[in-house]
Design a protein around this ligand. Structure first.
Ligand code: NAP
Ligand code: MG
Length: 484
C-alpha cells in the first residue's frame, strides 16, 4: 500500500492536471496538520484553462436550460449530502468552527439549488416598436468566459455563488481560488464536474493571485471577472481588466468597516447578541462583520459591560473541537495584521477593554482572543481601516443623528446595522444608511442566499451578486427589432 498522499490536481479542459509546483494546505488550528496536497499552477496553466473555456463556450452556451438546471441540481444534492464531511474539510483549512463550516457547505448547496432554478427563469421583454409594424424583443445571452477569483474567508459559499449563476446562464468558467483554501474549491469543482459538465465548461487553476489571477484579469479570452477580496487587489484587478484589447465586465466585492449602531431604547440582550455574533464569530473574518459599535450615551456603559461579560464566556480553540466558539485566525500573516492593529489602537489612546492577546493552546495554531476597544474616537485608524480579524471598537455618541452621521462617515459601504425599538429611527436609518445591506435588530453578517448582495462606495463595484439579481452580471442584453 502506498503512503504517498493524494495530490489534488487542477481541472483543465476536463482533465485533472498536475502543475510544476505543489502546495501544502495547512490547518490554522494545528500547523502540524497538512490537510492535503494541491497543485500550484502557473501562467501556462491559466492560459490553457482560458483556451479550454473558450473552446467549450459555443456548445455550452447553446445547451438547454433543462440540462444546465439538472447538472446544478445534481451537484446541489451531492453537496448537501456531504455537508458534514466537507464542512470538516472547510473548517480544517480555514479555521472557522465546525458548525460554521457545515453551515457554509449547506449554504453553498442551497445556492446551487437556487441557481439551478434560475437557469429556467431567464427573463426577457417583448414590446411594440415605435415604427409602424415594428416589434421588439429584449433577450439575455451568456457573456462568454468568466474568470472567478475568490478570497479565503468563505472557501465554498463564495465560489458557489459566482460559479453557479455563471454556468446557469450558459457561460464557461476559469476558477482561481485563494491559495490558502484550495480544499473546498477542489471539492466543489470535483462535484460539479462529476455532475455532468462537459470538458472545459468549468476549469480550476489553483495557484497564486499574481500569476494565475493576473492571467485571468489580462487575458483577451476572458470576457468578465467576478472577484471578491480586498480593496487593494480589487483596484489592481480593475486596471488589468480594462487595459487589454477586451475591456472586461467586472464585479468586485471588497472590504468593509461595518457599523452597528446601538440606541438607548435598544433591547440590551439583543444588541449584545448582534454585536458579538456580528463582530467576533467566524473569527471576525467576514466582509460583513461589524467592527464599529456606535453607541448612544444612555446605554453605553451597560452595553460595554454586557459585551465583555459575553466575551468572557466564549472559548477560542481548535476549529473542530466541540465547544469552540471562535476558531483561529486564518494564518500567521493575518494574525500579525490583527496584532499590529491592536498595538496601533493602544498607541492611539483607545482603551483595550477586553482580550487582544495571542493564545498558546494545546495545538500550535494562530489563536487570538477577541479584542474590544472602548473610548474610541472615530478618527482613529482602528475605527477607520478594515482589520479583518476579531477586533471591534466602541465609540460613544450623543444621539441618533450623530450615530447615523458616524455610521456613514467611512469610505466603505457594505453592511450596516442598528439595534433600536423605535420604528421612527429604524425607518430613518434604513432610508439614509449609505450601504448595500441594512439590518435592523440583526447582526450585520449572515445573509440570505436568495437576495441580492453587494455594497456601495469602496466596498463594491459592478452589479449585485446572488438571488435574481445575479442575471444582470452573468448575461448580456440584446435588443432585437423586427418589421414584417
Ligand atoms: P485578497 O488578498 O484581495 O485576495 C482575493 C483573491 O484575489 C485571492 O484569490 C488572491 O489570490 C487573488 N489575487 C491577489 N492578487 C491578485 C492579482 N494581482 N490579480 C488577480 N488576483 C489576485 O483578499 P483575501 O485576503 O483573500 O480576502 C480578504 C478580503 O476579502 C477582505 O478585504 C474582505 O473584506 C474581502 N471580502 C469581501 C467580501 C464581499 O463580498 N464584499 C466577501 C468576503 C471577503 P491569493 O490570495 O491566492 O494570492
Ligand atoms: Mg490574501
Amino acid at each position: 500500500m502506498s503512503l504517498k498522499p493524494t495530490l489534488h490536481c487542477n481541472l483543465i479542459g476536463g482533465q485533472w492536471c498536475e502543475a510544476a509546483e505543489v502546495s501544502e494546505n495547512i490547518n490554522p488550528s494545528d500547523t502540524r496538520d497538512v490537510v492535503g496536497l494541491y497543485a500550484r499552477g502557473g501562467r501556462d496553466d491559466a492560459e490553457r484553462a482560458v483556451d479550454a473555456a473558450r473552446a467549450a463556450f459555443p456548445a455550452w452556451s447553446q445547451t438547454t436550460p433543462q440540462l444546465r438546471h439538472d447538472i446544478l441540481a445534481r451537484a446541489a444534492q451531492e453537496l448537501a449530502a456531504r455537508k458534514e464531511e466537507l464542512g470538516r474539510l472547510l473548517s480544517s483549512e480555514e479555521g472557522k468552527t465546525l458548525p460554521e463550516g457545515i453551515g457554509e457547505v449547506g449554504r453553498a448547496a442551497s445556492v446551487l439549488a437556487f441557481m439551478a432554478g434560475e437557469a429556467l427563469r431567464v427573463p426577457g421583454d417583448r414590446m411594440a416598436g415605435l415604427l409602424p409594424g415594428s416589434e421588439t424583443e429584449v433577450t439575455r445571452e451568456p457573456l462568454g468566459v468568466v474568470g472567478v477569483v475568490s478570497p479565503w474567508n468563505f472557501p465554498i459559499a463564495i465560489p458557489a455563488w459566482k460559479i453557479a449563476p455563471a454556468l446557469a446562464f450558459g457561460n464557461t468558467v476559469v476558477f482561481k481560488p485563494a491559495e490558502l483554501v484550495p480544499g473546498s474549491a477542489w471539492a466543489l469543482v470535483d462535484i460539479l464536474h462529476r455532475a455532468g459538465l462537459p470538458p472545459g465548461v468549468l476549469n480550476l487553476v489553483m495557484g497564486s493571485g499574481s500569476q494565475v489571477g493576473g492571467v485571468l484579469c489580462s487575458h483577451p479570452g476572458v470576457d468578465a471577472i467576478s472577484f471578491t477580496g480586498s480593496v487593494a487587489t480589487g483596484r489592481r484587478i480593475a486596471v488589468d481588466c480594462v487595459s487589454g484589447s477586451v475591456m472586461k465586465r467586472m464585479q468586485l466585492e471588497m472590504g468593509g468597516k461595518n457599523p452597528l449602531v446601538v440606541l438607548d431604547d435598544a433591547d440590551l440582550d439583543m444588541a449584545v447578541e448582534c454585536a458579538v455574533q456580528g463582530a467576533f464569530f467566524s473569527t471576525g473574518q467576514r466582509c460583513t462583520a461589524s467592527s464599529r459599535f456606535i453607541v448612544t450615551e444612555g446605554i453605553h456603559d451597560r452595553f460595554v459591560r454586557a459585551v465583555i461579560g459575553r466575551l468572557e464566556g466564549l472559548k477560542v480553540g481548535h476549529a473542530l473541537d466541540a465547544g469552540t466558539h471562535i476558531g483561529p485566525v486564518v494564518d500567521d500573516k493575518q494574525l500579525q495584521v490583527d496584532l499590529s492593529y491592536i498595538a496601533i489602537g493602544v498607541q492611539e489612546g483607545a482603551r483595550l477593554a477586553w482580550g487582544g492577546k495571542p493564545l498558546n493552546l494545546q495545538t500550535p495554531g494562530f489563536y487570538l482572543q477577541p479584542a474590544l476597544f472602548t473610548e474610541v474616537d472615530a478618527t482613529m485608524r482602528v475605527a477607520r481601516e478594515e482589520i479583518f480579524g476579531p477586533v471591534a471598537t466602541v465609540t460613544r455618541v450623543k444621539d441618533f443623528d450623530e450615530a447615523l452621521h458616524m455610521a456613514n462617515a467611512t469610505e466603505f459601504g457594505l453592511a450596516v446595522g442598528i439595534c433600536t425599538t423605535s420604528l421612527r429611527h429604524a425607518t430613518h436609518f434604513k432610508r439614509h444608511a449609505q450601504a448595500g445591506i441594512v439590518k435592523v435588530n440583526q447582526a450585520t453578517s449572515g445573509l440570505d442566499y436568495h437576495l441580492p448582495f453587494g455594497g456601495r462606495k469602496a466596498s463594491s463595484y459592478g452589479p449585485r451578486e446572488q438571488g435574481r439579481y445575479a442575471v444582470d452580471f452573468y448575461t448580456v442584453v440584446k435588443t432585437a427589432y423586427t418589421s414584417v
